[in-house]
Design a protein around this ligand. Structure first.
Ligand code: IMP
Ligand code: MG
Length: 178
C-alpha cells in the first residue's frame, strides 16, 4: 500500500465518535417528522453512510452528484445540478456534504431543493472551513471546524485521489493553490 499523503489531522476514531453525536442530535430534531437526506456525491459518501447507520430506518435518501473543484481550487461553477431530482415535495430535507468551503455548492443545492418543493432545508457538514464565504450559508450541524487548509480522506479527494483514506489529512499547499 502507498504511504498516506500529508499530515494527520483527524483520526478515524475521532470521526466515528463525532458522527455518532451528530446523528443523535439529528434524530432528536426530526423525531416524528419524516426526513429526506440529500447527500452530495462523491465527497459525502463515507460520512452519509456512517450517519445513516444511526438514523431512523424511515429516513429517505437521495444522492446528488455535483462538483465544483479542480485540484485544490473551486472553479466557481457547480456542475451536474440539472440531473439532481427526488421527491422532495413537502419534505423536511437535510443536505449532507463533506465540507463547507466557499458556500457555493450548498447555496446552489439548497435553492434547488427548495425549487423541488422541500418544506424545510437544513445543512449538515462533516467539516467547516473557517474562512470568509462567497455565499451566506450556515450549517445547522458541523462535525469539525477546521483551518483554511486543503484536506483529503474519508471521502474528500484531490482530483479523485485519497477518498479511501480512513482518516482526514492535510496536504501542504501547492503553488497552484490560493
Ligand atoms: P464550496 O462550494 O466552495 O463550499 O465547496 C464545497 C465542495 O468543494 C465540497 O463538496 C468539496 O467537494 C470541495 N472541497 C472544498 N474544500 C475541500 C478540501 O479541502 N478538500 C477536498 N475537497 C474540498
Ligand atoms: Mg465534493
Amino acid at each position: 500500500m502507498s504511504r498516506p499523503p500529508g499530515k494527520s489531522y483527524l483520526s478515524a476514531s475521532q470521526i466515528r465518535l463525532r458522527v455518532r453525536t451528530l446523528a443523535a442530535s439529528i434524530c432528536r430534531t426530526y423525531r416524528n417528522r419524516p426526513l429526506t437526506i440529500v447527500a452530495l456525491l462523491k465527497g459525502s459518501v463515507f460520512f452519509v453512510v456512517d450517519l445513516l447507520r444511526h438514523l431512523d430506518s424511515d429516513t429517505e435518501v437521495e444522492f446528488w452528484n455535483v462538483s465544483s473543484y479542480e485540484g485544490t481550487r473551486s472553479t466557481g461553477k457547480i456542475r451536474g445540478l440539472e440531473h439532481c431530482r427526488g421527491n422532495l415535495h413537502g419534505r423536511d430535507v437535510l443536505l449532507i456534504d463533506d465540507i463547507l468551503d466557499s458556500g457555493l455548492t450548498l447555496d446552489r443545492t439548497r435553492s434547488h431543493a427548495k425549487k423541488l418543493g422541500a418544506r424545510t432545508v437544513q445543512i449538515c457538514v462533516l467539516l467547516s472551513k473557517q474562512r470568509k464565504r462567497a455565499r451566506n450559508v450556515r450549517a445547522r450541524w458541523i462535525g469539525f471546524k477546521i483551518k483554511d487548509e486543503f484536506v483529503v480522506g474519508y471521502g474528500l479527494d484531490l482530483d479523485q485521489r485519497y477518498r479511501a483514506l480512513p482518516s482526514i489529512r492535510t496536504l501542504p499547499s501547492s503553488p497552484s493553490s490560493t
